[in-house]
Design a binder for this molecule. Structure first.
Ligand SMILES: C[S@@+](CC[C@H](N)C(=O)[O-])C[C@H]1O[C@@H](n2cnc3c(N)ncnc32)[C@H](O)[C@@H]1O
Length: 176
């Protein structure tokens, strides 16, 4: 179900505790290149804080001001928040380049995804997770499956995993 910005704001207002970081990210964080990581659709920052504690420098983008305010209130000097609507390609133009990119439980529009890869430094990894069925159905992934070189990348990890919330798919692309 796709939620509006107001719905996400309302959800983050209600949520008090930070959830634990994504299991797949914890398992594979050692693959991520340092120091600069983009956390796309970061929410209230469970993954950004996890990586910041490990010494990464995070740029965390989301369209929920409530979520970003919560991150800023915890003031971690390794995290910079950027308010932006990821349905609009212009937002990607304004970003610097990164050594790693993480996207957890958000499927960006195809145009944004492809543009995003131009912001990933060579040899850098893009780590991507979502509910299994969301990623299976995603036009974006079915178009890269048989044709990874079209992303100028190779898939290094493609894994199904489950936890108490359900069954997920995790993918990591390495940029050539
Ligand atoms: C399921 S949450 C995932 C948050 C975080 N990545 C995590 O794993 O905890 C989806 C996030 O996408 C953000 N989002 C949804 N549509 C967006 C858009 N068009 N632009 C920016 N952020 C968006 C929501 O505000 C929310 O924080």
């Amino acid at each position: 179900m796709k939620r509006s910005q107001e719905e996400w704001d309302a959800l983050f207002k209600k949520r008090i505790e930070l959830l634990p970081p994504e299991d797949f990210l914890v398992e594979y964080q050692s693959l991520l290149k340092r120091p600069r990581v983009l956390d796309l659709a970061c929410g209230d920052g469970r993954n950004a804080f996890y990586l910041a504690e490990l010494g990464f420098q995070i740029s965390a983008v989301d369209f929920s001001e409530v979520a970003l305010n919560k991150i800023n209130a915890r003031s971690n000097s390794n995290i910079r928040t950027i308010l932006g609507d990821l349905s609009k390609p212009e937002i990607i133009e304004t970003l610097d380049s990164f050594d790693s990119i993480i996207i957890n439980h958000f499927i960006p529009p195809r145009e944004i995804f492809l543009h995003l890869l131009t912001k990933l430094n060579r040899g850098g990894h893009l780590l991507f997770t979502a509910f299994r069925e969301d990623l299976e159905m995603s036009d974006l992934l079915s178009s890269c499956k048989g044709n990874i070189s079209f992303l100028e990348a190779e898939a290094v990890v493609d894994k199904l995993y489950s936890n108490s919330w359900g069954e997920f798919r995790g993918l990591i692309f390495k940029k050539r």
